[in-house]
Write a protein that binds this ligand. Structure first.
Ligand SMILES: C[S@@+](CC[C@H](N)C(=O)[O-])C[C@H]1O[C@@H](n2cnc3c(N)ncnc32)[C@H](O)[C@@H]1O
Ligand SMILES: [Zn+2]
Length: 312
């Protein structure tokens, strides 16, 4: 299958990172290499791009995409929570920019066999890293009803989480839930017809998103990874993060605010005595969103938000 990915907010990311300044850049979510390609293209001689992804297919696709840049690009199959270890192994102390384009890639969604999509029938899987032990089938068939409710309501912000969790437990009592179609059908039946009709998006979208986030532990790694990258960043270096739903964006916003203003002194203290100094400044107060042209060209980018911070 051809590895196709429309890179979200590409121009905005390149402008934020300014790879033409040179140095060492990290693409924490390389995917099909769309952002990486544009970064690598602009890097002056002697600069480097480190590309991480925890999906073997993505690493292979990215390797091919970046082949013309030779040794300038280093690809590592890794979770971005391991960034510090990867840099240590490569003998890199300081970096000058880092990008996270969070979530699932179009390729992962479109490749039916990976079991990410409610639109295509396949075994329930949803693992980005196919060597990891937890799959969507495990979550759906082994989590308790209250755990399922928590995942679906918290990560999917699904109003009918309680009915969906209840129906999953009822259905699997009769037979294990094995495929994306079985799960999607069950979700559709759990949502009242009147609510289904009002909605523009597919009724299974939120629950599938929630289960995918749980399977890949997507939210747990965002904060430590940003903090770790900022720690290794040279002054003036930039961190750019694209998010696709409010759960992700909230974590990025809070992580950036804390790094920009870590002082823990009571507000009425005349001076700071805790000694915690800002690590970054925010480049934009509000997140950037895709342009009208981009939205017309790629409707999947509609929920994207880009936050950028600069190391002090
Ligand atoms: C939205 S896609 C990136 C697309 C890429 N920017 C491009 O232009 O082609 C997100 C990628 O991040 C990877 N990913 C998600 N969470 C990850 C993590 N914690 N560690 C490493 N890779 C991760 C996914 O496997 C997926 O390939
Ligand atoms: Zn203080």
């Amino acid at each position: 299958m051809e590895f196709r990915h429309y890179s979200v907010m590409l121009d905005e990311c390149i402008e934020a990172l300014s790879p033409e300044r040179g140095g060492i850049f990290v693409d924490c979510t390389a995917g099909g290499g769309g952002h990486s390609f544009e970064i690598a293209k602009r890097l002056p001689a002697g600069s480097r791009l480190i590309c991480l992804d925890k999906d073997d297919d993505a690493i292979e696709a990215c390797r091919e995409r970046l082949s013309e840049f030779g040794g300038k690009c280093t690809l590592v199959k890794s979770d971005f929570s391991e960034l510090a270890t990867v840099l240590d192994k490569l003998g890199i102390d300081r970096i000058n920019g880092a990008l996270w384009d969070l979530g699932v890639s179009s390729h992962q969604l479109d490749d039916a066999e990976r079991g990410f999509s409610y639109m295509q029938d396949a075994p329930l899987d949803m693992r980005m890293d196919s060597s990891s032990s937890l799959s969507a089938k495990d979550v759906v068939n082994t989590y308790t009803e209250s755990e399922l409710f928590r995942v679906i309501s918290e990560y999917g912000e699904e109003r009918f989480a309680s009915r969906i969790a209840g129906n999953i437990v009822k259905a699997r009592g009769e037979k294990e839930i094995e495929t994306t179609s079985e799960l999607a059908g069950l979700i559709i039946r759990s949502i009242p017809a009147a609510s289904r009709k009002k909605e523009a998006q597919h009724p299974a979208k939120r629950t599938f998103q929630a289960i995918r986030i749980e399977v890949n532990r997507e939210l747990d790694v965002i904060k430590p990874s940003i903090e770790g990258a900022i720690e290794r960043m040279a002054p003036g270096g930039r961190a750019a993060v694209i998010t696709f739903h409010s759960g992700e964006d909230r974590i990025v916003k809070q992580t950036f605010s804390h790094l920009a203003d870590p002082c823990e002194c009571p507000r009425d203290f005349p001076v700071c005595v805790c000694g915690k100094k800002p690590q970054i400044k925010l480049v934009n107060k509000k997140p950037l969103v895709p342009s009208r042209d981009e939205l017309d060209e790629n409707p999947r980018s509609r929920s994207a938000k880009l936050r950028v911070a600069e190391k002090i």
